[in-house]
Write a protein of this length. Structure first.
Length: 463
């Protein structure tokens, strides 16, 4: 008898499985095989440091880098740990502008102070020379601000050549002081403009709007001396406003919008510094409005006037407004109901809690979605929610955005028990959704939604 091992070996002898055929790997495309114009376009989209380093990949890429439209961003030159001050960044920028023949696609200078922190040298002449460089003659996008300086009494002046680029389509200027006289400044192709942290008066924004006949979106953020701003533009679609408090008093007293036939969005973010009065006259296509604070003293929309957010002269309704954002120190129904009567075609309402009624047309036929921000489940919060659940006949979704808390599931279950049952709701299709977050209020990124013209609802996703 054969040994067991042999038996096992014979018994287990099977034809070796045939490995699945693996198709040969597709050859990796060599980027150098692409047409030169395609390679140049790719290089132009790379971060600044990466674009410059392509010259080391192959000898031919030096010519391609020089032929690619320059994308120069000083924030992308801070990747090396040894670069902890602006001197090397400034030297690098000078080197790049000297080596590249142009044209430039984009220039962003956001992380340099006027005075060197190490040598004390004044860089204003260097900035001036950069903006005069022929490499930038046809630049399409410019972002400039001085790096924040603690306890700086006055902001440094904007280099005059920074306003010479007539091919610009996108521009932002901040933490600087504009020239008082902007006569001769023209941006015939500019569509997107941001002005932030300026120390000029409102005359600057008026002159800049006049210099931009094609402007489509404008963001004004933390300009503490813009006291009485007047916006008039036949092309402006979106206006964003964020005014922080300065010296415990409103920085902006009044915002007036006149002759703005294309305006669809008036977005108001931080309102601690105003405006305390808003007049909108001649904006028949206004579709998105807010966030309007309860502290607003006077709001005029066409012929409708609200005094301290109470309608005192509702001659005409704002039928064009479909999305409205409101904020108040608590969910106060008397204020909300009064305001909603002015917007009979409202489809979506955002309400932020910062701390038998007459029929309302938008509740009967239009209002489909309500977002309650900073919902904490107090008695007044729930009363506010119940009002809309019991009266909004076409409501599809009510979203409760609440601060993150312990025992979320238990808390949510308790809150849902407080809300009307499906059989009691005005709309049988209404759904409830709870969303939790750690950030209660808006942030810097939210203000940039001013320029996101492809978004139908700029408040969506904002906490």
């Amino acid at each position: 008898m054969a040994p067991p091992a042999t038996q096992r070996r014979r018994g287990s002898h099977k034809k070796a499985p045939v490995a699945a055929e693996v198709p040969p790997e597709a050859p990796v495309a060599d980027i150098r095989a692409l047409p030169d114009e395609v390679q140049s376009a790719i290089i132009s989209l790379l971060p600044t440091d990466a674009g410059v380093r392509t010259r080391a990949v192959a000898s031919g890429w030096t010519a391609l880098w020089r032929a690619a439209p320059l994308n120069l961003d000083d924030r992308e030159l801070r990747l090396r740990p040894s670069w902890r001050n602006g001197d090397r960044i400034a030297a690098r920028i000078t080197s790049i502008l000297s080596a590249h023949p142009g044209p430039a696609r984009r220039l962003s200078l956001m992380n340099l102070t006027r005075v060197s922190n190490t040598t004390g040298d004044d860089r204003y002449a260097t900035f001036d020379a950069w903006f005069r460089s022929p490499v930038l003659n046809r630049v399409k996008e410019v972002h400039f601000q001085y790096l924040y300086r603690y306890r700086a009494d006055e902001l440094d002046p904007l280099p005059l050549p920074a306003l010479r680029f007539t091919d610009l389509t996108i521009a932002s200027y901040g933490r600087c002081h504009f020239p008082d006289n902007l006569a001769g400044v023209r941006f015939p192709n500019l569509t997107q403009l941001t002005l932030h942290d300026l120390t000029n008066t409102e005359r600057t924004v008026h002159d800049m709007i006049s210099a931009c006949p094609q402007i489509r979106s404008l963001l004004l953020r933390n300009n503490k001396r813009f006291r009485r701003v007047r916006i008039s533009s036949p092309t402006l679609i979106s206006l964003g406003l964020s005014v922080g408090e300065h010296d415990d008093e409103p920085a902006m007293e009044q915002l007036t919008i006149v002759d703005a036939p294309s305006m669809e969005r008036l977005l108001i973010f931080d309102t601690e510094g105003g405006p305390i009065n808003i007049r909108v006259i001649g904006a028949p296509n206004l579709r998105v409005l807010g966030s309007l604070p309860s502290s607003l003293l006077r709001l005029q929309l066409g012929n409708t006037v609200l005094q301290e957010m109470i309608a005192i002269n509702a001659i005409t309704s704002m039928h064009s407004v479909k999305i409205l954002a409101l904020g108040a120190d608590g969910f106060k129904l008397d204020i909300i109901v009064d305001i909603l009567r002015c917007f009979p075609c409202l489809e979506k309402l955002y309400f932020t809690n910062n701390g038998a009624l007459l029929p309302i047309q938008c509740l009967e036929t239009h209002l489909k979605e309500i977002v309650l921000r900073n919902f904490t489940g107090t008695r007044e919060d729930v009363r506010f929610a119940k009002f809309f659940i019991l009266n909004s006949r076409v409501l599809e979704l009510m979203e409760f955005r609440a601060p993150v808390r312990q025992n979320i599931k238990k808390w949510e279950a308790n809150e849902r028990r407080k809300l009307p049952r499906k059989s009691d709701r005005a709309s049988q299709a209404a759904r409830f959704r709870f969303v939790y977050h750690t950030c209660l209020f808006r942030n810097y990124e939210d203000t940039n939604r001013t320029h996101a013209l492809t978004e139908s609802d700029p408040f969506k996703g904002m906490l």
